[in-house]
Structures are given as C-alpha cells and as structure tokens.
Ligand binder design. Structure first.
Ligand SMILES: [Zn+2]
Ligand SMILES: [Zn+2]
Length: 236
C-alpha cells in the first residue's frame, strides 16, 4: 500500500462517514453525487438486461437469457455507484447498505415478483467477509422473502479477469434451491452488481428447477461490459 492509500485508509477509519463520490464528510453519498448517479432504467438502456444500449430493442449481451424475465438495476456501475458497491463488499462498510437498499426497494416496486432471494456466497467467502452483501441489501430493502432460498454448492473462485464464457462455465450447476417448492411463484433475485449475468442466470435456473414460474434479477449496479470483449474486471 502506498503512503497516499495508507493515509486515505487512516482518514477513513477516523472519519468513516464520507461521500463515496467526492469524499465530502458526514454523508455516505452527498446530494450532488447522488444526483449524478447514472440511472440504469430508461432511454439508452437495454429493455431486457438494463445494460447501456443505444440501439433498437434488446442488446446482444442478453441474447438467449431464457431463464430470466428481465434484469433491472438502479444505476450504471461507474463513479460513486461503483465506489458504493466496492466499499460495501471489499471494505465491509455495512453502514452503506440502507442507502443502497432503499433504492433497490424503489426499483423492486415495479416488478411482478411474489418473493425475493439473495445471490448466496460460498460459506468460505461469507466467513472471510463476515456477511453476504446481497443478503444484507435484501434485508434492508424490506422486500418479501421467497419461501425457499438459494445455496452455493461450490466455491467458484475469483471471477475477476474471466471472460463471460469462462464465468458461465465456472458457475454451471453452482447453486441449489432449498426449502418448500416455489410452484407458481414469480421470484426476484437480488445482487449488489450484475456484470456478465452468469451468476443470476445460474441462480434463475436453480429457482426454475425448484418450481418457480418466472424469475427476475435486480441489482444496485449494472456493469455494461464492453461488447467487443465481454470481459469484466469485477466480481458479479
Ligand atoms: Zn459527493
Ligand atoms: Zn440486453
């Protein structure tokens, strides 16, 4: 860690409440940075997967995503939004969860979902981190939980620097659904960030196998992968 980073970390410890965008004190996200968040819903976004897309109809990223009825996100994975996701997950800054969850809850209100599940972490990862960020967001959002929940069967390792195809292969069959059958229910899947979509698609498959009628995915940020490379530099 360089001296500057070290100093930054020391300041964070002394003054934990600073804006994720500009570093202003006494707020996790100041009004100016909140207004500057790039919404992932509306014009310029794919109507199916919510990635950045200026073309007609759906973008090529989500071609063939039959497991899902759609993917929604609060904002693009950039700037202050990206910093919020990183702080919650890697810096274990749990105080950010209510702020992010409020926005998730507002986005969830427009989706035809009967019950929600969180993308699970492998137990080993959850123990390292001390919590599952998706579960924390779901809890703070106050959304109705589904009668069954997802479990991660395998530790899939870091997904960073894997291509979309490599991610999909690594995640195949990685999730199972536990609890009463979801017969006839429309289930929503919550995650902090959706990147290649491989994780939520695999979760959706497990939910459909367990009887769910339809699945939706909702995340705080949507990373619009470069269409020419479909290569990501962050965890799903
Ligand atoms: Zn700010
Ligand atoms: Zn799309």
């Amino acid at each position: 860690m360089r001296p500057r980073q070290l100093l930054g970390r020391a300041v964070d410890l002394l003054f934990p409440l600073r804006c994720a965008g500009c570093g202003a004190f006494d707020t996790p996200l100041c009004a100016r940075c909140e207004a500057a968040l790039q919404p992932a819903i509306g014009p310029g976004r794919c109507g199916f997967c919510s990635a950045a897309w200026e073309g007609e109809g759906f973008c090529p990223r989500c071609f063939g995503w039959r497991e899902l009825a759609g993917v929604r996100a609060v904002c693009e994975h950039t700037g202050a939004a990206r910093a919020l996701v990183h702080r919650l997950k890697y810096e274990r800054y749990r105080a950010l969860a209510p702020l992010m969850a409020n926005r998730l809850a507002a986005a969830a209100a427009s989706l035809p979902v009967d019950g929600w599940v969180a993308v699970p972490l492998h137990l080993r990862r959850e123990r390292e981190r001390g919590f599952n960020q998706a579960e924390l967001l779901l809890r703070h959002a106050g959304l109705p939980p589904a009668p069954a929940r997802l479990r991660r069967l395998r530790h899939t390792g870091s997904q960073v620097r894997r291509t979309a195809a490599q991610r999909a292969a690594a995640l195949a069959g990685a999730f199972a659904c536990e609890g009463p059958p979801l017969e006839g229910l429309r289930i929503g899947i919550i995650d902090d960030v959706i990147t290649s979509g491989a994780t939520v698609r695999e979760c959706a498959r497990a939910l459909l196998d367990h009887g769910a009628r339809e699945t939706w995915a909702l995340s705080f940020t949507r990373a619009s992968l470069d269409l020419t490379r479909l290569h990501a530099s962050i965890e799903d």
